[in-house]
Write a protein of this length. Sequence first.
Length: 264
Amino acid sequence: MTEEKKVDQKLEDSNIAVQTNGENVAPFPLKVILGQKVGMTQIFNERGENIPVTVVYAGGCRSTNIKTEENDGYSAVQLGYGIKREKSMSKPYQGVFTKRGIPAAEWLKEFRVADSKNLTIGQNVSVNIFSPGDYVDVSGTSKGKGFAGVMKRHGFSGLPMSHGASDKTRSPGSSGGGSGQGQRVLKGTRMAGHMGVCWVTTQKLEIVKVDQENNLLMIKGAIPGVSKGFIVVKETTKARKKILYVQPKITKKAQPERKASKPK
C-alpha cells in the first residue's frame, strides 16, 4: 500500500469531518492553523533518507470572530475547527454562530494580531500559509499516563538500593521542612500524582511536506497528543541558528631563540 493510500485510509478510519470547499479561501495574515493529529508515518527525501513525520489534517479551519481595539480593547482573531453536531451543543452556543451566519465550530482558539481590520468572519485558513522548510511550534493536549511516581513524573533518581532499603528505592524521600522551618509540606513540592493531559508545546519542528489538495501537513518528528486530538500549528518563536564554518587559525609555536655558542 502506497503512502497516500495509507493516509487516506487513516483519515477514513478516524472519521474526521472534511471541509474541502474552496470558497472564501484568501491569504491569511497570521501563520497559524488548527487541525487534528492523524498519526505518524515515514517518507523519503531526494537523497533517499528516511524521515519520520507526523501527519496533521488541517482542513475546515476558519475565522469565527474578530476582536478590535474599538469594541474589545485589543485586536485578535478567533479560529474554529470542525463542525459541531447540533445535539451536542447548547442553544446559546448555537445562537452565537447562527447570528454570524457560519456553522458552529467544534473547537475554538483565539490569537492576538497586530491589526484585525482586514480580517472577516468565515474566512477559511488553508495549509498553503506554510511551505516545506518552515519551522513551527505545535501545541496540543498530551497523552494521559494516569497516576505516576516521582521517578517517572519528575525524573527523580531514587534512593540507594543498599543497606536493606530495597522497598524504598523509588520513593521521593523526605518532603518535610528543613532545619529552622515548620514541619510541613511546602506548596509546589514535586510529588507523585496524575501525569499527562496538560497543554504541551513542542518548538521548532520542520515542515517536510504540504499537501494542499488533501489539506495535510507533514511535520518532522513527534507532536503532543493522541490520534484525532486537536492541535495548534503556528510559526515558531525561536530564531533559526545559522551554523557557519570558521576555518581555524594555523599558528606556529614560538621557538625559543638559541644563543650562539662562543668558540673555545
